[in-house]
Design a protein around this ligand. Structure first.
Ligand SMILES: C[S@@+](CC[C@H](N)C(=O)[O-])C[C@H]1O[C@@H](n2cnc3c(N)ncnc32)[C@H](O)[C@@H]1O
Length: 198
């Protein structure tokens, strides 16, 4: 089953998917020595879960995604947060060479591909870097039944989304399985993989 990241699925994604904790941003900024001088390309930016906190720490973020509905919501999230240093580009990893030519002469501080590298030509991206490192950050965070259920719907293709009744039934079943609780604590682990030039 493949996610389509369009229509209602994009809305579920924006509403219910977790962002990234400050520790993950610290690790990213530290690994690449990012500063307000840097432009970062957030490939597969989706609805800007990483792009926006990243924009708070660097010069400019270019969010790239092939799904127009995700990009519209990413841009809206940037407007809502009064973020003025993001731009949004409809495209895929295949468009990186053209983007590179467009940015000729400018330093790209980093290219991020958060929860998206499995959609791309991973080998080509990894070949472009020489030093590879991996780390993770852990944190506990509340997870509501609403976010659990919405998170599942955000990973479906639009034609697989249940009816309104089916969605309500699923939410009720999840709540029942949790003994009527509406919220649990999730132990989250975010894996970070870095590829940097020598
Ligand atoms: C699971 S979402 C991740 C969104 C966001 N980066 C995050 O961390 O939540 C994956 C995103 O990758 C995008 N995508 C799929 N194929 C892609 C490709 N070949 N190049 C760039 N992005 C792609 C999808 O449209 C989707 O928005």
């Amino acid at each position: 089953m493949k996610a389509s990241f369009s229509g209602e699925v994009a809305t579920y994604y924006a509403r219910h998917r977790r962002g990234y904790p400050p520790e993950a941003l610290d690790a990213l900024v530290g690994a690449f020595g990012l500063s307000a001088e840097d432009t970062v390309v957030d490939l597969g930016c989706g609805t800007a879960q990483l792009s926006l906190p990243l924009a708070a720490r660097v010069g400019t973020v270019i969010g790239v995604d092939p799904e127009p509905d995700m990009l519209v919501l990413a841009r809206q999230a940037a407007l809502d947060a009064a973020t003025v240093n993001t731009v949004w580009m409809l495209g895929t990893d295949n468009d990186l060479p053209a983007l590179g030519r467009l940015l000729d002469g400018r330093t790209i501080g980093a290219l991020t591909a958060a929860v998206a590298i499995h959609f791309m030509d991973r080998d080509a991206l990894v070949r472009a870097s020489y030093r590879y490192a991996e780390s993770s950050v852990r944190y506990d965070a509340p997870l509501t039944v609403d976010d659990m259920v919405g998170g599942v719907f955000s990973a479906l293709s639009t034609d697989r989304l249940p009816s309104t009744q089916g969605r309500a039934t699923f939410a009720a079943e999840v709540r029942d399985a949790l003994g009527g609780r509406d919220e649990v604590t999730e132990r989250v682990r975010v894996w970070l993989q870095f590829g940097t030039p020598d």
